[in-house]
Design a protein around this ligand. Structure first.
Ligand SMILES: NC(=O)c1ccc[n+]([C@@H]2O[C@H](COP(=O)([O-])OP(=O)(O)OC[C@H]3O[C@@H](n4cnc5c(N)ncnc54)[C@H](O)[C@@H]3O)[C@@H](O)[C@H]2O)c1
Length: 285
């Protein structure tokens, strides 16, 4: 029988891609969001505000639910005031994590963020490619909400025995965003804030699905994984970009011509994550 997965933030950018991908792969999805259009409602999306614990418990208590992919959050710094961003994200994340433990789900997969690694790198990274150990370096209340939530996830994982898998997504892109990439090319500083990284929304969905499917023994506790595309957003080679913008930062290994400076080796090894989508296949910049 197909597994039943609750997807929070299902009306959002990542959420829509995740719901589509899971359904295509035979899962039953219970989609939930606080912003539900008429079409979403007709498609069965459940309206719930996850800053309210009771609603989080009710959503995760939908009969037969096995696991949750938790994507609902204020998704970046600067969209709301700093305190609202922190408080809303903490409330949503704590409520979903505690509810998942209370109703004994088998797994929690959730969206952390590349921002926990030190974005926007006004202070240069200590080394590149930045990997999971280049953490925690929050510089905004948004990133702080993700760092604090990773800590909370770790403790609830310990109390409950449920694996909590944090996916530190890079900047999420839809295929229609790729035409904008031409604008980045003349200025190596334009996208230095996340070391020129990105992730296609379809590969976000792949990462979520693989995190649901990976053997539990490989993800005990609360592991975190950087999830980025295999390449940068730039035509200029990665080593040249780093030398031009951050001449003091050591490149610890050969990354290939356009290889990502946000290391995805751990996600490849443990989750079997293999990004399939590159902007280079969509536009010639
Ligand atoms: N977009 C990116 O570049 C990026 C990068 C790294 C991590 N992330 C993380 O990935 C996740 C998804 O991001 P996205 O780009 O799809 O964002 P999005 O804003 O498109 O989707 C988030 C969804 O959460 C919902 N939501 C907000 N408050 C809610 C509440 N109180 N209760 C229930 N639902 C609520 C919103 O209605 C929205 O549909 C977020 O956790 C975000 O922090 C995003």
């Amino acid at each position: 029988m197909a597994q039943r997965i609750v997807v929070t933030g299902a009306a959002g950018q990542a959420g829509r891609a995740v719901v589509t991908d899971l359904r295509e792969h035979g899962y039953e999805v219970i989609a939930t969001d606080t912003a539900v259009s008429r079409a979403d409602r007709e498609d069965g999306m459940l309206r719930a505000d996850l800053t309210d614990y009771g609603q989080a418990v009710e959503v995760l208590s939908e009969p037969g639910t096995d696991a949750v992919v938790h994507l609902a959050n204020i998704p970046a710094p600067g969209l709301s005031t700093p305190a609202v961003t922190f408080n809303a994200n903490m409330a949503m994340n704590f409520n979903v994590f505690a509810a998942a433990a209370a109703v004994k789900l088998s797994r929690v997969v959730w969206a952390s963020s590349e921002t926990t690694l030190g974005l926007p790198f006004d202070t240069p990274p200590r080394y590149a490619p930045a990997d999971e150990d280049h953490y925690p370096v929050p510089t905004s209340t948004y990133a702080l909400s993700k760092v604090a939530s990773e800590t909370i996830a770790g403790h609830i994982a310990q109390w409950s025995g449920i694996p909590f898998i944090a996916l530190r997504f890079s900047n999420i892109m839809a295929p229609e965003d790729y035409s904008r990439f031409r604008e980045f090319q003349d200025d190596p500083h334009a996208r230095k804030w996340n070391l020129w990284g990105y992730i296609d929304q379809r590969d976000v969905a792949q990462a979520c699905r693989k995190a649901l499917e990976v053997d539990a023994a490989a993800v005990t506790g609360n592991p975190a994984f950087i999830i980025a595309a295999a390449d940068t957003v730039m035509n200029r080679p990665s080593a040249e970009l780093l030398a031009a913008v951050y001449p003091q930062v050591k490149l610890t290994r050969d990354v290939g011509e356009h290889g990502t400076l946000l290391a995805i080796d751990r996600a490849r090894e443990v989750l079997g994550f293999n990004p399939e989508h590159s902007w280079r296949n969509h536009v010639t910049a």
